[in-house]
Design a protein around this ligand. Structure first.
Ligand SMILES: [Zn+2]
Length: 260
């Protein structure tokens, strides 16, 4: 669709910010192993290279991530934890922090009060400066885990920041400075990841169990095509938002919320 086609919404929303200062620590909250790498892998790799400690919180066990009806789902869940830890290492290297798994059943995640408490507990323990997660308000999103994971990230921040929520944690409250939501319904922030596309791809490629069902790639040529699709997507964002002389060729885009 042409950008200026009459009667169509402008597909290039105006941004209000770009390139946050590198935080000291970040916590990315994903529904499944691999969601964080898809959503914000380039940004996390960039920050880690500049000294940020990068933590992961994965809410479900990823046990539905196969097209094989006879798969051993317990073994798959164990494999996906190994893959997620390797992805975190590839993204952040020495700056890789904790990788926490809440182990909820894939496909059955709900934004309950109990899980909100568990997310708040992780935020209070790790005390990230920036939290990243799924945008729960992305319109027409089908996968319920992604909606609920987004709500849990937002609601977990509110619970973690206020001292009278979940006092039974016995932990000091913690208010992150910023929240970045990926797959944003109304993005307002861009991160230049030009030098970190390879790191994002390397982290995605740690999720070997997902090559068939998610990457749609079962051989070298198809993996190369997957990498090309990711590069093209990030380049498309950069093309829309680059400013003269900024050298940005690849970018990730978010909804930035600073009023936490
Ligand atoms: Zn997912």
């Amino acid at each position: 669709m042409a950008a200026n086609e009459p009667g169509q919404p402008d597909p290039t929303p105006a941004l209000t910010s770009r390139n946050l200062p590198t935080p000291t620590s970040a916590l990315a909250i994903g529904a499944h192993p691999d969601d964080v790498e898809f959503g914000c892998g380039g940004t996390l790799a960039k920050w880690a290279a500049d000294g940020c400690t990068v933590h992961h919180l994965i809410l479900t066990d990823g046990s539905k991530g196969t097209w094989n009806p006879d798969a051993d789902v317990a073994a798959l869940a164990a494999t996906r934890q190994v893959e997620q830890r390797e992805a975190a290492r590839r993204l952040a290297g020495e700056r890789a922090g904790e990788v926490v798994f809440l182990g909820q059943v894939d496909g059955e995640l709900e934004s309950t009060l109990a899980l909100r408490g568990e997310v708040a507990r992780v935020i209070r323990v790790l005390r990230p400066q920036v939290v990243l997660g799924h945008d729960p308000w992305k319109r027409y999103r089908l996968h319920p885990d992604h909606r609920h994971a987004g709500l849990l990230a937002c609601d977990g921040i509110v619970a973690a920041r206020d001292p009278h929520f979940f006092k039974e944690h016995g932990l000091p409250h913690h208010r992150p400075d910023r929240l970045l939501l990926w797959e944003a319904d109304e993005p307002n922030h861009v991160e230049d990841v030009t030098a970190f596309v390879d790191a994002k791809l390397a982290a995605l490629e740690a999720h070997e169990s997902q090559f068939e069902s998610t990457m749609k790639a079962v051989d070298t040529a198809q993996m190369a095509a997957f990498a090309d699709r990711i590069r093209t997507r990030l380049a498309g964002i950069a093309t829309r938002y680059a400013q003269p002389g900024d050298g940005m060729t690849h970018a990730e885009i978010f909804r930035l919320i600073t009023d936490l």
